[in-house]
Design a protein around this ligand. Structure first.
Ligand code: ACO
Length: 336
């Protein structure tokens, strides 16, 4: 799917994040599996990640992220009429984490549902929220991307354990006077789904106790390097923009090598590329909003800038969006 905004202005007016307190270093992981800080840093760029406490589920980190995003936009939960949580690790299949959040936030008029598109979930959810607002169905959306992947990892499997971390981010989307989303490109390739899967997680193999992530790292690496470039190129072309127009590049934070490859191939310089995989690992649907928050905190993400976001993940799926950054929504506090 590919398309442009056709002049309807919908932007991100609030942004918030939350990560668990516990920091787990590579050295700590080397106590559980046969690995080393040197191997992990060289192959992935990851130095540490946040890991949820035993009694922490997705909603426990998604709620503070959502509250922070609403505060940032200067609006309250009751004004949200669409709430999407993109995740592969909801508290449970139902009630959905989005329904739980809607209740906690007082979003009584909100349509609330969880969205499943692997690590690309945040990009899919943002595109849906954009479409519903632009189409006049919703006025203000809260999109949360978050995962507690540590709960579905096999802590004795070094090939997956070292890559992931827990975290959540949230954004408020609403009509804006200037800027906003310019276009989206989203896709899926189910034929490659076998390379990243959670076999015991649904009706196909529900009786089997195998509920841990399985991954063919090399195949996912090849897929990732291909789609990170093709998806970004496609959305830029469709919007009539060039890579030189991109002020801030926010790639999915899966692996430093994938990010470096994509940025080099696209021709985006390092100083415009947001990288925090070293501190958080791959937080799946939390990855892009966490990177946006870091970019804003370090001053690289400012009003009027052209932001390119690209995600990829299980499905296999991918998705890009171009947005002219703005904070000038109807209820926005104006904080940049
Ligand atoms: N520590 C030490 N050695 C390891 C580890 C580890 N944690 N994991 C694998 N190895 C070993 C392998 O067994 C192999 O040993 P061998 O040569 O004796 O067989 C060797 O290291 C090399 O393994 P490769 O798999 O070839 O290593 P590669 O350079 O491909 O890096 C990695 C592996 C980091 C997983 C890489 O393939 C990758 O990043 N793939 C993409 C993964 C990804 O991004 N997944 C998520 C995307 S979607 C989403 O976000 C949910």
């Amino acid at each position: 799917m590919i398309g442009t905004a056709n002049g309807v202005r919908v932007g991100i007016t609030g942004l918030g994040t939350c990560v668990p307190e516990r920091v787990v270093s590579n050295d700590e992981l080397a106590r559980y599996v046969d690995t080393s800080d040197e191997w992990i840093v060289e192959r992935t760029g990851i130095r540490e990640r946040r890991i949820a406490a035993e009694d922490q589920a997705l909603s426990d980190i998604a709620l503070p992220a959502a509250e922070a995003a609403l505060r940032d936009a200067g609006v309250d939960g009751a004004s949200v009429d669409l709430l999407i949580v993109a995740t592969v690790t909801p508290d449970m299949m139902f009630p959905t984490t989005s329904a739980i959040l809607a209740d906690r936030l007082g979003a009584r008029d909100a349509a609330a549902y969880d969205l499943l598109a692997g690590c690309t979930g945040f990009m899919y959810a943002v595109a849906q929220a954009y479409g519903m607002i632009a189409g006049g169905l919703a006025r203000r959306a809260l999109v949360v991307g978050g995962d507690v992947l540590s709960k579905i990892l096999d802590w004795s499997d070094r090939s997956t354990l070292v890559l992931f971390g827990d975290g959540a981010g949230a954004v408020v989307l609403e009509p804006v006077a200037r800027g906003g989303f310019l276009g989206f490109e989203l896709g899926a390739d189910g034929a490659g789904g076998e390379h990243l899967w959670l076999p015991g997680s649904g009706s196909r193999r529900f009786e089997e106790p195998d509920s841990y992530v399985k991954m063919n790292g090399r195949e996912v690496f090849k897929f990732a390097t291909r789609v990170m470039v093709s998806s970004a190129t496609a959305v830029l072309e469709r919007c009539g923009l060039d890579v030189a127009d991109v002020d801030v590049y926010v790639p999915h934070q899966a692996n430093r090598r994938i990010i470096d490859y994509a940025a080099a191939k696209l021709g985006i310089p390092q100083e415009r590329t947001i990288v925090n995989v070293d501190r958080y690992g791959n937080t799946s649907s939390g990855s892009i909003p966490l990177a946006l928050a870091d970019a804003r905190a370090d001053g690289r993400l400012r009003e009027g800038q052209l932001v390119l976001m690209t995600g990829m993940g299980a499905g296999l799926t991918w998705g890009s969006a171009l947005v002219e950054w703005t904070t000038n929504g109807s209820g926005a506090s104006g904080a940049a």
